[in-house]
Design a protein around this ligand. Structure first.
Ligand code: PLP
Length: 282
């Protein structure tokens, strides 16, 4: 595999970042992940806009223009002959003597990128539906920033794995914030799709935005509001969205079966609609 580090393409196993990189010492950095389908980036403009915003929110100068980012991404897709999978981008505040305060102005950011092959179209999990568990949301108060500080999400996902589940939905004040690496949705018994409104409490999912637009366009009822763990347990359906999972139906929550235990009609429809959208949008 070929990776990208600060302007150079090199074999992934030779890609290196210094120990004094602030990403390593402080998790002082931002990342972004976009899907690749049929060799093309999916909704990439949205991902690059969120990258720019996250960098700006923590005071890192965006090291590249949109055109430069797209060039890095498409070069990596080509060099890795990636048909289906993900492109990962990371920008940190660079290499400096260890000190919490920002390094001197002009310290170059560290830019790293690589691809991961992944089955998105024929993901067997989408056929059976995913199990999820709920866990406390242990994160900081600026979850709208796509920070590389992911310890709470690592622990949440590990709790899911240990429970035989694919994803953990995180809970704060009795309400679901989002998945450990996804946006959470339910479908109520009267057929309304519900997801939490955007705020500092969750990441503005790029897939979330597209799914909301598709639901609206195709006349599905949708509300952006908080929903509780109890509402999730009693929902007709649930699903989660992300660049890597697209729309993933949920069939069990905390060991309780949702509906008839198979992917729900609304989730399956949105998954189809999202694939059609993804094939046409880069
Ligand atoms: N929420 C969190 C915490 C995430 O980590 C992710 C993606 O990794 C998402 C939501 C989904 O965002 P997107 O649809 O842009 O991939």
């Amino acid at each position: 595999r070929t990776a990208y580090v600060n302007g150079e393409y090199l074999p992934l196993d030779q890609a290196r970042v210094p120990v004094m990189d602030r990403g390593f010492l402080f998790a002082d950095g931002i990342y972004e992940v976009a899907a690749v389908l049929g060799g093309r980036l999916v909704d990439n403009a949205g991902h690059l806009a969120r990258l720019a915003r996250s960098l700006s929110e923590i005071g890192i100068d965006n090291p590249h223009t949109v055109e430069e980012w797209v060039r890095i991404e498409t070069d990596l897709v080509a060099r890795n002959e990636l048909a289906e999978g993900l492109v990962y981008l990371q920008v940190t505040r660079g290499v400096a003597e260890r000190d919490f305060s920002f390094p001197a102005a002009g310290t170059p950011a560290t830019v790293v990128a690589f691809t991961q092959a992944k089955t998105i179209t024929n993901n067997p999990l989408a056929e059976t539906g995913a199990k999820v568990v709920t866990v406390p949301d242990l994160r900081w108060k600026r979850r709208d920033i796509k920070s590389v500080a992911l310890l709470a999400q690592v622990l949440a996902k590990q709790a899911a794995s240990e429970a035989g589940a694919a994803e953990a939905f995180m809970v704060e004040d009795g309400a679901i914030t989002e998945g450990s690496s996804s946006t959470a949705f339910i479908v109520t018994r009267d057929g309304t799709i519900v997801t939490r409104p955007l705020s500092n409490a969750l990441l503005p999912g790029i897939t979330r935005r597209a799914v909301i637009a598709l639901a609206t366009e195709f006349g599905l009822r949708l509300q952006e509001r908080l929903f509780s763990v109890e509402e999730l347990h009693g929902a007709a359906e649930a699903f989660y969205t992300s660049a890597s999972a697209f729309v993933m139906p949920v069939v069990s929550v905390d060991g309780r079966t949702l509906g008839d235990g198979r992917p729900g009609a609304v989730a399956r429809r949105l998954r189809e609609l999202y694939f059609t959208f993804a094939e046409s949008r880069d």
